[in-house]
Design a protein around this ligand. Structure first.
Ligand code: NAD
Length: 492
């Protein structure tokens, strides 16, 4: 049994607690992937101290040089992609094709942010006074605490760590306890390409150390991705010290299917959007609103195709949907199946745990669809994070948009239509951070902003150049070369 360590000040170190926790495969819970450090506040303090010391020199490394390390890291990720994808499938269950995509997203983001090493553009503007020069530059903030979930175990850390580093910050990173191996793999790559000691630190463990990371004086930025409930706590904990807090939280995303949609394409989109990653994506299409004229035809085909999805171990090339990530997550899915039934929705397909034969040792659940769902039902409002899709009916685009917007979250939405006017109306009126036309709610690319409105986010965005705004702040600089006192707004 391999034991993995924290990475603090450039050394792989055991926790002072002397304790470890197990990481087990959700497809086969007899398989222990490794033992990881059950860290304490003292470990976090050591990591923050290392990051704080490293910041003094890292912030002075020219950004293009910092970027060279990211480019080297991206190249190494390319070499290791298959190994890292397999590790990820083993530890969190999604199918290999998707974990390869997860590593690829980390590659894309690391490359993109390496490019930002030679940009990070500021503004140069004419001064209102003679012989005076005016410009703005981005400056780093210091130590950044990164707290991440398990569903994108390498992509999400890369979305945070790569922009933080290229801007000149240092990092303390705490992954979810369900996916520490992918975090170790990513940090090891950064170590191997020569990111200096202390610049990136990794500490594994649970909520206690997360709380410390969000309250420690030396932490200047907290970047959190996870549930809305924990995000709220993080926000509150970090508020009193005025830390910059970047939150990416839950979703209840919607696909709208109009009566002029290409139905076969819409079915494909709903299968991928609803059951990809076993429904465990923040952008998962857990609601589908279908125009009444095509509702029955859509539902029949959607249910037949969902029923036919092959559920199993993600390492098996024929598997189309893996397990839920944990027993707790599976229980949540099962609980919502009961809630859906008790609310009066119609169970069209699925609805059961799979726990015999090849499924006996894992947290598997059937792809599940409820129809006749009304917008007030909990299965239409709560984030479930599993293979459960609610199908609702509408009679117009206006109604679909009203239902679509009437949830607490605002991450992603999409519309299937061949009418460009409808597409543009929905694009304008759905209040989400991401919108798709004739594609499902998942499929973001790294060079555009990623994030959501309402209970999904707090106004910041990940990815693209928007991420630089999280990990840098503006300094406006005025250089007066007149040799005399010039008073803005007073002297002309
Ligand atoms: P979670 O909120 O349970 O945990 C997220 C992280 O926070 C973990 O590392 C956890 O250990 C840590 N944590 C727990 N309590 C903490 C505390 N008090 N202080 C600081 N940190 C603490 O979420 P999860 O179950 O790992 O992930 C699923 C959730 O993540 C879903 O709600 C999903 O929508 C969301 N998510 C959102 C996005 C997005 O970009 N909007 C992307 C992926 C996942």
């Amino acid at each position: 049994m391999r034991t993995y360590h924290n990475y603090i000040a450039g050394a792989w170190t055991p926790s002072v607690s002397g304790r470890t926790f197990e990481n087990r495969s959700p497809a086969n819970h007899d398989e222990v992937i490794g033992l990881f450090q059950d860290s304490t506040v003292a470990d976090v303090d050591a990591a923050i101290d290392a990051a704080s010391r490293a910041y003094a020199t890292w912030r002075l490394v020219p950004a293009p040089k910092r970027a060279e390390l990211l480019l080297a890291a991206a190249a190494r990720l390319v070499q290791q992609k298959e190994v890292f994808a397999r590790d990820m499938t083993r530890e969190m269950g999604k199918v290999l094709e998707e974990t390869r995509g997860d590593v690829q997203e980390a590659i894309d983001m690391t490359q993109f942010m390496a490019g930002e090493g030679r940009r990070q553009y500021g503004q140069t503007v004419p001064s209102e006074l003679r012989d005076k020069f005016a410009m703005s530059i981005r400056q780093p903030l210091g130590v950044c605490a990164m707290i991440t979930p398990w569903n994108f175990p390498m992509a999400i850390p890369s979305w945070k760590i790569a922009p933080a580093l290229v801007c000149g910050n240092t990092v303390v990173f705490k992954p979810a306890t369900l996916t520490p191996l992918s975090a170790v793999n990513f940090v090891k790559v950064l170590e191997e390409v020569g990111v200096p000691p202390g610049v990136v630190n990794l500490v594994t463990g649970g909520p206690d150390i997360g709380t410390r990371m969000t309250t420690h004086d030396e932490v200047k930025v907290v970047s959190f991705t996870g549930s809305t409930a924990v995000g709220r706590l993080v926000n509150q904990n970090a508020a009193s010290e005025f830390k910059r807090v970047h939150l990416e939280m839950g979703g209840k995303n919607v696909i709208i299917i109009m009566d002029d949609a290409q139905l076969e394409l819409a079915v494909e989109g709903c299968l991928w959007g609803g059951f990809g990653t076993s429904g465990q994506r923040c952008t998962a299409a857990s609601r589908v609103i279908v125009h009444e004229k095509v509702h029955d035809a859509f539902l029949e085909e959607f249910a037949a195709r969902a029923k036919g999805l092959r559920v199993g171990n993600g390492l098996d090339a024929s598997t189309q949907m893996g397990p839920s990530v944990s027993e707790a997550q599976l229980q949540t899915v099962m609980k919502y199946v009961e809630i859906g039934k008790s609310e009066g929705a119609r169970l069209v397909t699925g609805g059961h745990r799979l726990d015999t034969g090849a499924h006996a040792r894992g947290w598997f659940h059937e792809p599940t669809i409820f129809a006749d769902v009304s917008p007030t039902m909990r299965i239409a409002r709560d984030e479930i994070f599993g293979p459960l899709v609610s199908v609702l009916r509408c009679s117009s685009l206006d109604e679909a948009i009203a239902i679509g917007n009437d949830v607490a979250y605002g991450l992603s939405a999409s519309i299937y239509t061949r009418d460009i006017n409808k597409a543009f109306q929905a694009m304008r009126d759905m209040y989400t951070g991401i919108f798709y036309v004739n594609a499902p709610t998942i499929g973001a690319e790294v060079h555009l902003p990623f994030g959501g409105t309402k209970a999904t986010g707090n106004g910041h965005r990940e990815a693209g150049t928007a991420a630089l705004d999280v990990f840098s702040e503006w300094k406006s600089i005025y250089v007066d070369f007149s040799g005399r006192l010039q008073r803005a707004q007073i002297d002309t």
